[in-house]
Write a protein that binds this ligand. Structure first.
Ligand code: AMP
Length: 187
């Protein structure tokens, strides 16, 4: 069953594409952003801690996010495959993920990187209108992406299962590429 990691800048369309794969294959999507927003909404201590970081466009501390995602990966439902959206975002998260997956005996099969030029990203985020999609916060999130998450792309780039696609097209075209890559999973 497919185990897929999606990488790319904020607003690249990872969430939308993950949802399409979920619909088609029936595997769960684990989105750190969704999990954090849920915790914020429920007002849990974790949510209260995370909110300040999210409002500023900063990353929530590694330990918090790693814990959230590991909890999901250990659920029995995860044995049928999964798609990760928005995690890992730092090299420390990627290393922790590799260790967890090794322990579970469920290595990732595909890392798919969404290539989208900066200008297109800013426009997409401004159009999306989420509460953390204010111009200043958007610029900061892109800065954090370059500092913290581009190294994650390099971390995976040399692996056999790494693939990238042109994310700057209509969602149906991107989806077709995604399905081709997943169908062609390694191993
Ligand atoms: P997203 O929905 O993926 O754009 O995430 C929204 C916000 O949640 C980000 O700007 C971060 O503040 C936080 N967040 C989501 N995923 C992570 C992660 N893997 N590591 C740290 N912070 C995260």
């Amino acid at each position: 069953m497919p185990r897929i990691i999606l990488l790319g800048p904020p607003g690249a369309g990872k969430g939308t594409q993950a949802d399409l794969v979920v619909e088609k294959l029936g595997i769960p999507k684990f989105s750190s952003g969704d999990l954090l927003r849920m915790a914020v909404k429920e007002g849990t201590p974790l949510g209260l801690e995370a909110k300040a970081y999210m409002d500023r466009g900063d990353l929530v501390p590694d330990q918090v996010v790693i814990g959230l995602i590991e909890e999901q990966l250990r659920q029995p439902g995860a044995a049928q495959g999964w798609i990760l959206d928005g995690f890992p975002r730092t090299v420390a998260q990627a290393e922790a993920l590799d260790q967890t997956l090794e322990k579970l005996g469920q290595p990732w099969e595909r890392v798919i990187f969404f290539d989208v030029p900066d200008e297109a990203i800013e426009q997409r985020l401004l159009n999306r209108g989420r509460s953390d999609d204010q111009p200043e916060v958007i610029r900061h999130r892109l800065h954090v992406y370059r500092q913290e998450t581009v190294p994650v792309v390099h971390f995976y780039q040399k692996s056999e299962g790494f693939a990238h696609l042109d994310g700057n097209r209509d969602p149906a075209a991107v989806h077709a590429d995604m399905m081709a890559l997943i169908g062609n999973g390694i191993p």
